[in-house]
Design a binder for this molecule. Structure first.
Ligand code: C5P
Length: 235
């Protein structure tokens, strides 16, 4: 089995505040994207990584990742206007011979390698589509345009899903082929696969696979990294 990881890293990160694109923002003095790529390589289950970089930073990202001492191959290309378009561009660039494809947000920079390996193991075990998910702590409300509550879904049946999401390559390709990349309709890849009627299997996620989105997430990421460094689990 040959396994590739597509890494959408082309977001502007506006919710983090103005400045450098999110994937290049640093935690512990290292860009989020470098943490994410190192985590994928450390899982030892990935052969090729394809990064969709911010369009004006493709050369910088190529130089940054070119310095890394990792065993898997790394390709860098320009991402798109939406996450869905960035993934679609990376998917098209995959060479023949890749059977399993992971899609992993650069913003989930501190995802433990063990979680990455678990996703690949679940696909290898026969699930065509696999996502890590956690029980939700908050009660979630569905609201209308006027911010009035219209439903309270049963919390016990909800999961907050993370990445990497893992797929049999043909399943992910069929899901992306059926939609217009310039008119995004899903915020994750499992969402596209579900539309094709494919069952998506949820495995236990990990708290440290959170997505760096808001300023407070940078503080949390610094704390997680400090804890790892103190315990000798250096990144
Ligand atoms: O916007 P959000 O934080 O949900 O983005 C999730 C991931 O998708 C991030 O790693 C971000 O860099 C990536 N992304 C992308 N292309 C875009 C927008 C987001 O690759 N146009």
């Amino acid at each position: 089995m040959t396994t590739a990881a597509l890494v959408p890293a082309a977001g502007k990160g506006e919710r983090l505040g103005a400045g450098t694109p999110k994937a290049l923002r640093e935690v512990g003095g290292i860009p989020l994207l470098v943490h994410a790529v190192r985590g994928l390589a450390a899982s030892r289950v990935i052969d090729l990584i394809v990064v969709a970089a911010p369009v004006d930073f493709v050369d910088d990202v190529r130089a940054l990742l070119g310095e890394l001492d990792v065993t898997c191959d790394i390709e860098v290309l320009a991402g798109g206007e939406s996450r869905q378009e960035s993934v679609a561009r990376a998917l098209i660039a995959l060479p023949a011979g890749v059977d399993i494809v992971l899609v992993h947000d650069a913003a989930r920079a501190l995802t433990p390698p063990e979680l990455i390996a678990s996703v690949v193991a679940a696909v290898t075990a026969g699930h065509a589509a696999v996502v890590p998910g956690l029980a939700v702590a908050d009660t979630l409300k569905q609201v209308d345009a006027a911010a009035n509550v219209i439903a309270t879904p049963d919390r016990a049946s909800l999961r907050a899903v993370q990445t990497p999401q893992g797929f049999v390559r043909s399943v992910l390709q069929a899901a992306h082929a059926g939609v217009d990349p310039s008119a995004p309709i899903a915020t994750d890849d499992a969402g596209l696969v579900e539309r094709e009627g494919v069952t998506v299997h949820v495995i236990p996620g990990h708290e440290e696979a959170f997505k760096v989105t808001r300023p407070i997430d940078l503080i949390l990421a610094e704390a997680v990294l400090a804890k790892r460094r103190a315990s000798g689990n250096v990144s």
